[in-house]
Design a protein around this ligand. Structure first.
Ligand code: GDD
Ligand code: MN
Length: 340
């Protein structure tokens, strides 16, 4: 038995065609669980009338709690061992559902993917493409669990009901990220599809949801970017102390010593705190941290000395140097030193 979970908000114009096409694709031994958040356009009435002819369950909620929580709710009402999650607006082709379900029945997470060979999007502006690729890049950068997937923000996927029913959504929309991090599927299979154009009704996602997405990434990454920044800030105080103690020495030496000392204290704090759950060998990690932060430290060293020569007080010059090296360091640490 396959349960197709469909979150809806004002999709009255779409769900009839959706259910008809699902019925054609799945035949029997399936159900559709529609989870509606108090739509104003009569979605529930249409869903209830469909339920007379097709195996449709209608779950209604009083408040608009978001797509992710609607899906988690739907999983609690579903009776299949395998659930397929999809949008109501036909941008996800119902004809792909049997294939996704089959993969999930074998125990793997099945993801309908825009970003594997044969997949894509139709009619998107350059801006939307860039935003989408940026979202995917950030997810894969910050969440090791997302690196196995080319399209970790897909809203069209299949997996066990058991996993979905116990998910605690960390954001409003991207429940696949929660599945990846909270359930840690042992295998993922991506199936290409073309994300179609919405022909009826309106999209519910807007620019204001970007902030929600970033918050979700921070939560799922256990606030690593912020911890890393806090450690970096502590390193500035360590470096200032070294600069102060070594102030009789010429800056090209004292700045180098300040960088090396703070590098080591930063590494230790990141190992014990920011990336505590990753089993990084201490000494090898320390050496890798040198390699990973080399570009940032070189930037810092050159910037500090140059500003100092221009007459900037060495402590302030150092602070500016650190900021210049920070972004480079973070990205390289994620991708090399603390990689699992
Ligand atoms: N119950 C409920 N509550 N459903 C909602 C809510 C809500 O607050 N907000 C949106 N939905 C439903 C919509 O009715 C639709 O069925 C589905 O969630 C997706 O909403 P859209 O507004 O059509 O989203 P989109 O097209 O911009 O983005 C979709 O595609 C992305 C790319 O695959 C979403 O499915 C994303 O999750 C997906 O990543
Ligand atoms: Mn849509």
């Amino acid at each position: 038995m396959i349960s197709v979970i469909v979150p809806t908000y004002n999709e009255a114009e779409n769900i009839r065609e959706l259910v008809e096409r699902l019925h054609k694709a799945l035949g029997s031994n399936y159900e559709v669980v529609i989870v509606d958040d108090n739509s104003l356009d009569g979605t529930v009435e249409v869903a209830k009338s469909l339920a007379k002819k097709y195996p449709v369950k209608v779950v209604t909620r009083k408040n608009r709690l978001g797509l992710s929580s609607a899906v988690a709710e739907g999983a609690k009402w579903a009776s299949g061992d395998v659930v397929v999650v999809m949008d109501a607006d036909l941008q996800h082709p119902p004809e792909l559902v049997p294939k996704l379900a089959e993969i999930a029945e074998r125990g793997c997470l099945a993801v309908a993917s825009r970003y594997v060979k044969g997949g894509g999007v139709r009619g998107w502006s350059l801006y939307r493409r860039i935003v989408s690729k940026g979202a995917v890049f950030l997810a894969r950068l910050l969440l090791p669990e997302a690196r196995a997937v080319r399209d970790p923000v897909s809203g069209f996927f299949a997996y066990s009901r058991e996993c979905l029913a116990q998910i605690k959504p960390t954001g409003l929309y991207k429940i696949l990220l929660d599945v990846l991090v909270q359930c840690k599927p042992r295998c993922v299979v991506e199936v290409p599809y073309i994300f179609g154009l919405r022909t009826r009704g309106r999209s519910k996602l807007g620019t204001r949801h970007m902030l929600d997405y970033l918050r979700q990434l921070l939560r799922l990454s256990k606030w690593r970017p912020l911890k890393f920044a806090a450690v970096g800030a502590s390193g500035v105080f360590v470096a200032w102390a070294v600069l102060y103690l070594l102030s009789p020495l010429p800056p090209y030496l004292s700045v180098a010593a300040a960088i090396e000392t703070s590098l080591t204290s930063n590494y230790l704090l990141n190992r014990l705190w920011t990336f505590a759950e990753r089993k990084t060998p201490a000494l090898i990690g320390w050496l890798r941290y040198h390699v990973a932060t080399a570009a940032g430290n070189a930037t810092n060293y050159i910037t500090t000395l140059a500003l100092n020569i221009l007459g900037v007080w060495v402590y302030i010059a150092y602070l500016i140097g650190v900021i210049a090296g920070y972004a480079v360091n973070y990205i390289l640490s994620e991708l090399t030193v603390f990689m699992t």
